[in-house]
Write a protein of this length. Sequence first.
Length: 340
Amino acid sequence: MGSFAIGRQRSFSGLGAVGTAFMALVAASGTLVAATLSASAASPLVPSAISCTASSGEPQIFYVNGVVPSGGATPQCATILPASGVILPGDTIGAVYSDESSINTAPNLATAFDVDGVAQSFTLTDIIPPQALAHQTSITITVPANLAPGLHTATLKSWDSDQTKVGGDFGQVIFTFGVSDASIKIAPTSATNPVGQQHVFTVTVTAAPFTANLPVVFGAITTSVTPTPDTTSSTTCPTPTISGDVATCTMTINSSVAGTFTANAGVTLTINGQTLTRSTDGTNGPAGSGGSGPATKTYTATPPTPTPTGGVAGITTAPATGALSDETLIQSLALLTGGS
């Protein structure tokens, strides 16, 4: 069959505005593309889990071209996924419906697409001309960008319009995927010292993958101090020390004048292909769970050295004017010679 066009886009909203349809369905040969779920040898990305199920009467609805392989082969689900097979917030996901009848739009049998049980806006796009079966429709959503860290499940369920077979004539696709987290903190969060004493801030970035052994790539940690110290300021943060899922670095400052200095840090990292930005001041992403806000260092002026008053203990100092009395002189002499 030659190449085909995509048209007749129909939008159905579960909640809010309609999500953007993923239109990369046509390969060079004009056949439908079903993304593979296995990571390539060059990529350590962990794929999202996908499962297709159906009623006994209509098993082909979400299989590639509506074909169920013979000989016990496992059918391939006609999913629409990112090229890596890893689902992340903001991605477009879905599947291609294939059947001899059109997709059902009756209220009690209408297509449903949810994430963690929350209905999502979805887009239906008819594929013209269809392949294999008379009707093919892509069904897509945009994964919410604000999903909390952890495991999530997206469920797509659709019915055909003729409902002629025992079992309900429906198909279902379940997508299971994870969202990771990260945090950044700077310590100590506050300190006070006299001028001229250097101070060291320690920055810690912690990656929190949604499951163990996911690939983590840390970028350089950026730092800033306001106002700029007049004596010294140095940092190891462009090349932090990395141990497992934690990156650390230090920033050292000093000042010869009194004042309060504010330190901040930020970082960009990737966890299993998911890019995260974190910052202590919130200008480039949040600090994250377990993170901190800015840190402050207060330098105080050195107090003046007391001037010694001199004299001998027990001797009364005479006024600036006037002569000492005889009695005072005798007492003072007795103290100096040890007399009484």
